[in-house]
Design a protein around this ligand. Sequence first.
Ligand code: ATP
Length: 425
Amino acid sequence: MKFELLPDKVARVLSDAGRIADEIGYNIYVVGGFVRDLIIGVENLDIDLVVEGDGICFAKKFSEKYSAKLETYERFRTALVTMENGLSIDIVTARKEKYPHPAALPEVSEGTVRDDLFRRDFTINSMAIKLNSNDWGKVIDFFEGEKDLSKGIIRILHDLSFIDDPTRIIRAVRFEARYGFHMEEKTESLAVKAIESGIFDALSRERIGFEFDILLREKNFAEILKRMLNLGILEKIYPEIDLTDVLMDILASLDKKISLLQKNLKFNENIDKILLYILILHYNMNSEKACSSASRMRLNKSFKHEILSFINIRDNSLPMLIGKGSVSNYDIYIAFKEISTEVLVALYLIEDNHIFHERILKYINCLRSIKPCITGKDLLKAGVKPGPEFKEILQSILIQKVNGTINTIEEELDYVKKTRISSES
Ligand code: ATP
């Protein structure tokens, strides 16, 4: 076991956990993704412990030793320990699960480590390593997880696995893309059958949204989407999405495209990649469809607003902005004024139009930061009375600055003077 590759703080936590469990006479194991990643040599700091005994009792002793924060969940006898060094440790009492009906939440009862591993999704996630001193480092692998891991195979533990919990199909696709693995033949055919049977209809939108949110954070999101499209998952969970080849290509090369674009930008702000994905996924929708898709995805208000602003600019300003006709700087300024950088970047990536690209770059690099230099104080000094005229003058200066007919503060002051003279005469 590659324990020696673990960061010190993790190795210490695991050996202390073993010692504390020894003291109270429990068997204890680290399980799941942590073991999978340890075997393939990928860092994973999510520590999941399974206790054969009372998980909460163990968690109390463990958190006392580290003076760590403890949250307990009596119903499932689980606990979460958050340590000062940043590690958080999930502790569960070994349990059995029974699904009362497809896609429902399971009924649980106490069990052995084998029961606990058997309730898991795939063989590669169903391995444990014992932490008690006498068996320290012993790999517990009832379902040939290590073999599947070495072959790059995602395999469920029993034939009803996807019916019990269809989120596992989404998880399978995630692990395929993340590790370059593939579903074992029977597992894939059971997944396809479950999808075709409409199993996702039985799953709550919250649970689908939760899984999708994790996918959006994966490095190979485009690959995952493609696979979901081919397996028929996407149309079942998000029927509004219409992923054309063009959109797929953009998603697949998003990182490269963003860094190319950033070279042409004179700013260094962070781009929210998740928002960008969401916008691109909504590109082929009208606003009505987009609203229902956003609700289905359980997106927050701000994301919904961004999607609608994206669709609005696509429908209302784009024809003018991609045309060769005369478009002033101020026309560009007004079209993009309330628009977030992500919406601009999404439009830039999707619309393959040179003139439009130049206009977006001009706005981001130059127009959007233009403001009058003079202030209300200067206007008062020039004898303008506070009121609507203030706003009118400042607005007019802004327009002229954006259009390049006023460039310096002296020209702004000159303009105020001229306006005064003409309004007095
Ligand atoms: P990641 O690296 O993405 O966090 P993970 O495998 O650690 O992957 P978690 O969601 O943290 O994923 O789950 C921890 C463990 O719990 C998994 O390794 C697996 O054993 C089990 N698990 C999670 N979700 C399910 C599920 N839907 N059905 C069965 N077991 C699951």
